[in-house]
Design a protein around this ligand. Structure first.
Ligand SMILES: [Fe+2]
Ligand SMILES: [Fe+2]
Length: 271
């Protein structure tokens, strides 16, 4: 199966390109000696990332009291963690073109899991930065975009069925292709050179292996589905998530739902 998945990724790698500048910036953020000037110099090479970062720094989402004039100021005010989150969110936004209702569902669902993972961090034992948890959530279903690119009609059928019958897409994918969006998503992220801990969460979010970060994303995935965020109707119920995950915060269903929806709306509005 591994060879098939690698070949499939080979077929889409020219369509789904993770910008070199974004990758370089992410590596620089992990390096403690990097300064805001260094990061600004690199991001300036990518006009889309640079203008998007300036726009969001000036948006009501951050609400800075003065106009942010340049990339250096934006990076200094936002901090490296927010810059990391934003550059990947901009990149993903351009890949999830939101051409049809399913793209919109997948995008909203991914944002829902992205904002939930840092929110419920205390329910697992995990010392990864909040921005990494956000990225794990944002990228966990990237494989669905890959499958849609590879076999548009075939995958649309699966998506239609999974939303109409309210079942997990991974089950239908496994029956149809013999692999899932988790497999192809993980392979693409690995090809891009994203950090191992993010790749592993993407590969294992529907099973196979578990560490605390995988557990966090898997449970947030189930929660966001149970709340009906990013899908036409809820999949499962919150009580079921509470049963599988001993996390007190999620039993406060209505406040949790409102918080997640509010954060998704705020990010969408700022992009
Ligand atoms: Fe998934
Ligand atoms: Fe998901």
């Amino acid at each position: 199966m591994e060879a098939i998945v690698k070949r499939l990724v080979d077929d889409v790698k020219d369509d789904l390109v993770f910008p070199k500048v974004a990758l370089k910036a992410m590596k620089m953020i992990d390096d403690e000696s990097t300064t805001a000037y260094d990061l600004a110099d690199i991001i300036a090479y990518d006009p889309y990332l640079a203008s998007s970062l300036l726009r969001i720094a000036n948006s009501p989402f951050y609400g800075f009291s003065r106009k942010v004039e340049n990339l250096y100021e934006a990076i200094s005010l936002l901090g490296f963690e927010e810059v990391r989150k934003n550059i990947v969110t901009f990149t993903m936004k351009s890949m999830f073109r939101k051409a049809d209702a399913y793209d919109r569902y997948i995008w909203e669902h991914s944002l829902g899991v992205a904002v939930s993972a840092p929110m419920f961090k205390d329910c697992v034992v995990c010392d990864l930065p909040l921005s990494t948890l956000y990225l794990m959530g944002l990228l966990h279903d990237m494989g669905k975009i890959v499958l849609k690119k590879l076999d548009y009609n075939g995958y649309m059928q699966i998506l239609r069925k999974c939303y109409a019958d309210n079942v997990w897409c991974a089950e239908l994918e496994k029956e149809t292709f013999g692999f899932t969006h988790a497999d192809v998503g993980g392979a693409l992220l690995e090809f891009w050179g994203l950090p191992r801990e993010i790749v592993d969460v993407v590969v294992f979010h529907h099973g196979g292996s578990e560490n605390e970060a995988v557990k966090l994303v898997r449970c947030c995935d189930a929660l966001v589905n149970a709340l009906g965020i990013g899908r036409p109707s809820p999949l499962g119920d919150v009580e079921g998530v509470v049963e599988m995950w001993d996390c007190k915060k999620i039993s406060e269903k209505s406040s949790v739902e409102e918080k997640i929806k509010e954060r998704v709306r705020a990010i969408e509005g700022a992009l």
